[in-house]
Design a protein around this ligand. Structure first.
Ligand SMILES: Nc1ncnc2c1ncn2[C@@H]1O[C@H](COP(=O)(O)OP(=O)(O)OP(=O)(O)O)[C@@H](O)[C@H]1O
Ligand SMILES: [Mg+2]
Length: 362
């Protein structure tokens, strides 16, 4: 089936490749968890390809959204229909505190949406602050009918629709979850502040189960799908990498085997890291790329030691045979680190990966 991207690679993976076009998606989560940002990624992805895209905002002002768009260096061509409550509403008064308060507001919203859709003709549409539509209706049945007919209308225009809804302990969005073809839920761990994202349902499609790590930084949102070790099981050539230290290689019957995990143990300062650099050197001579992730030590110190023990580490780095990365443990969660190693292993075709040390990794 043809799929379109959410603009977030990890999220596309959770969705078995991405969004099925012309369907309704619900982004659901508590306040401040990145729902709006996620929906902007979705619009930005279309805008980058030259598609017409539209954000219908019922809560947040256009000014505030533009600030976010600019902050994440997204496309200016994202259209915004600002239906957030205006100062005018305060002046009108009647709609704000009257008995039958919202008929006017309801009609205005409906007309404004139709007018904008007809003039822009967007392929991707976000409705942010969907829950505020509910408060316009005293009758829940009527609310559902109205939402459904709005969605039918948008789908008839060949748009892929994302509804963004804020939930709290008290306010749930079960009705939207029933309507949507796919529900993407964000959770926040209050203590650690860690965000998790999961696909709760996806009609006519497979999807990853459970919640996965999510991060918001200057680049926007990144999603880290959990790793399934069994998916990486594949056959490889049997080959051994010697250390170049003949007595050790004899003891190991040739060296360390490809596809194996070796733990180098011993008290501090006994030469574990130096021993490993010998294996890296032979690996490089055999044409294999390696990477060392340093948790305990500074790169400069490690290079100095290699110099003193006759390992041409600087040269190997220069030739692109070795990558050494200092890892600041507080900068990465374990999911983020795992994804970094996987990505670099693929990109650089790494044959030897060293984690120095496991204590640091923990
Ligand atoms: N303009 C910005 N500048 C800096 N950080 C931003 C900006 N916009 C969003 N962020 C970051 O993204 C996080 C999530 O914001 P976002 O507005 O996407 O959440 P939300 O779930 O839509 O919130 P709400 O429930 O209030 O609608 C913010 O807490 C902030 O860290
Ligand atoms: Mg928001």
């Amino acid at each position: 089936m043809n799929r379109i991207s959410t603009g977030i690679e990890g999220l596309d993976k959770l969705l078995n490749g991405g969004l099925i076009p012309k369907r309704v998606y619900l982004i659901s989560g508590p306040p401040g968890t990145g729902k709006t940002t996620l929906s902007l990624h979705f619009l930005n992805e279309g805008a980058k390809k030259g598609e017409k895209v539209l954000m219908i905002s019922l809560m947040e002002s256009e000014e505030s959204l533009r600030r976010t768009i600019e902050h994440f260096k997204m496309e200016d061509s994202i259209e915004i229909l600002d239906l957030s409550p205006s100062i005018e509403l305060m002046k009108d008064g009647i709609h704000l505190f009257g008995e039958e308060p919202y008929d006017g507001a309801r009609l205005t919203i409906r007309n404004a949406i139709i007018e904008k859709i007809e003039s822009v003709g967007p392929k991707r549409v976000v409705i942010d602050g969907t829950s505020s539509l509910r408060s316009l209706h005293s009758d829940i049945y009527l609310y559902r009918q109205q939402i459904l007919s709005l969605l039918r209308y948008l789908l008839s225009k060949s748009a892929t629709v994302m509804l963004v809804s804020g939930v709290t302990e008290e306010v749930k969005d079960d009705d939207l979850r029933l309507i949507a073809d796919c529900v993407i839920s964000i959770k926040k761990d209050e203590e650690s502040g860690e965000l998790k994202i999961g696909v709760l349902k996806y009609r006519n499609s497979r999807h990853e189960r459970g919640y996965h790590h999510m991060k918001i930084d200057e680049e926007g949102i990144t999603v880290y799908p959990r790793i399934h070790p069994q998916r990486f099981l594949k056959s490889f050539e049997l080959e051994k990498i010697p250390s170049g230290i003949s007595e050790l290689d004899e003891m190991m019957r040739g060296g360390i085997e490809r596809g194996s995990v070796t733990i180098v143990g011993g008290p501090p300062g006994i030469g574990k890291s130096t021993l490993i650099s010998h294996f890296i050197k032979t690996a490089a001579e055999m044409g294999n790329n390696s990477a060392i992730y340093l948790f305990d030590e500074k790169l400069e110190m490690m290079l100095k030691r290699c110099e003193n023990t006759g390992i041409p580490m600087r040269e190997m780095i220069k030739e692109g045979k070795v990558l050494i990365r200092e890892i600041e443990p507080l900068e990465y969660t374990s999911e983020e680190f795992t994804h970094l190693v996987l990505k670099e292993t693929e990109e650089r075709d790494l044959k030897v990966v060293v984690i120095d040390s496991l204590d640091g990794y923990e």
